[in-house]
Ligand binder design. Structure first.
Ligand SMILES: NC(=O)c1ccc[n+]([C@@H]2O[C@H](COP(=O)([O-])OP(=O)(O)OC[C@H]3O[C@@H](n4cnc5c(N)ncnc54)[C@H](O)[C@@H]3O)[C@@H](O)[C@H]2O)c1
Ligand SMILES: [Fe+2]
Length: 381
């Protein structure tokens, strides 16, 4: 056995924690920038955190202009705002987009590297500014991953992957997710399940810690996601979702994702389809495509999501796929690319862009060619 495992050094999981954010972070910095988006302002989730920071004596700058699938120019704008403020710390409060933007701002704040310099793996030089992340979706798990996904000027989803991106502190407050709209609950929850599934089948870095985390993540997420859609105000269900998403994040941070993400990236990069929805669209075709090589792993996951399923590995693999598809359908998310305005003519460019996602495709249990990608997109058109 041979593996390494990293995660965020300090995690606080508590309902209402962000109302006490000031006290939780005051020892770390005094002039933070808080990165978030307008949707979160409108949802009323930012003001209590801001009030708490001010009450603790912090001179906080609010940057509420984070964009979904953060485009590179917007991220650079955030870095400039942080420098103008002479920020000495960074807080990301929001979904993956806000947290991923915060990570890059923390890295570039005092650096002479550019965003373009740090794309790729282990490209960050020097220290980053103190960094605190607090998720409002359950979700990307970005609060415990060393990854930031940025949309480049030519619409590619590029990643910064470096241990410097683990935050100093992750603050998980399930109350923040109580008002998540149904379609966001569904899409982000499916993204989290995909993180667990793909961590479990990574052909290079699968490891026993990620496996244990992925199984528990998938158990929590698969048994709560429909309830989170149906009874959104149930705090217990929201807690289970937030915990599940975090565990999945810890799993895939150390055993990265595969072809569902690789095939989903062009949907986000080119058409700005939300990340979770892109993943949910590609889940069924990729699971079926991977089955010849991953049936034994999917059979193990059947024990988690469909306890009592029996038969051969292939039978249990089929039960697993059926169960996952059933869950996705029950959440009510779109199931066809055409529902999102994508047409037959778009598929070749998407398949070409998917081939550029080798960072994740290389982890997949079955090699994906251009023709395979085109066939899978056609399947869900
Ligand atoms: N860094 C990582 O490890 C990692 C992993 C997976 C995905 N990602 C990236 O994260 C991004 C997606 O993040 P996301 O799915 O969390 O969505 P997001 O951050 O893009 O937010 C989606 C929408 O949901 C709204 N929202 C978020 N929380 C809310 C709440 N509690 N109440 C009401 N509205 C709320 C936001 O305002 C926004 O409009 C993508 O760019 C994706 O590539 C990163
Ligand atoms: Fe994801």
């Amino acid at each position: 056995m041979n593996f390494t495992f990293d995660t965020a050094p300090n995690i606080i999981f508590r309902s209402g924690a962000t109302q006490d954010l000031g006290n939780l972070v005051a020892a770390r910095f005094s002039r933070p920038i808080l990165l978030t988006d307008k949707g979160l302002i409108d949802a009323g989730l930012v003001q209590p955190a801001l009030d708490s920071l001010k009450k603790a004596g912090l001179d906080v700058l609010l940057f509420d202009d984070v964009a979904a699938d953060p485009p590179a120019p917007k991220v650079k704008e955030a870095v400039a705002a942080a420098r103008d403020h002479k920020a000495d710390g960074v807080i990301g409060l929001g979904g993956g987009s806000s947290m991923d933007t915060a990570k890059v701002v923390a890295v570039l704040l005092n650096s002479n590297q550019t965003l373009e310099d740090i794309y790729g793996t282990n490209m960050v030089n020097g220290d980053r500014a103190p960094l605190v992340l607090s998720p409002t979706t359950a979700g990307t798990g970005s609060e415990v991953t060393a990854i930031s996904v940025i949309t480049s000027e030519d619409d590619l989803k590029l990643a910064v992957v470096d241990n410097a991106l683990y935050p100093d502190l992750a603050v998980l407050d399930p109350e923040l997710t109580l008002g998540l709209p149904r379609h966001v609950t569904a899409a982000t929850g499916i993204d989290a399940m995909v993180h667990a599934i793909e961590a479990y089948t990574n052909i290079h870095r699968k490891n026993p810690l990620s496996d244990a985390l992925a199984r528990e993540a998938l158990r929590l997420l698969s048994s709560n996601i429909v309830a989170a859609c149906e009874t959104p105000g149930d705090i217990k269900v929201r807690e289970n979702m937030l915990l599940g998403a975090m565990l999945a994040g810890q799993a895939f941070a150390n055993s990265p994702v595969g072809a569902v993400h690789g095939m989903a990236y062009p949907l986000g990069g080119i058409f700005h389809i939300p990340h979770g929805l892109s993943n949910s669209l590609m889940l069924e075709p990729v699971l079926k495509f991977n089955s010849p090589n991953a049936a034994h792993h999917y059979a193990e996951l059947a024990d988690v999501v469909a306890p009592g399923s029996s038969g051969s590995d292939q039978d249990k693999c089929n039960s697993f796929i059926k169960k996952m598809v059933g869950i996705v359908e029950a959440t009510g998310v779109e199931r066809r690319l055409t529902q999102l305005g994508i047409s037959h003519n778009d598929l070749p460019r998407m398949a070409e862009d998917a081939m550029k996602a080798q960072r994740v495709l290389q982890n997949n249990p079955r090699k994906v060619t251009y023709d395979d990608a085109l066939a899978m997109y056609t399947e869900v058109l």
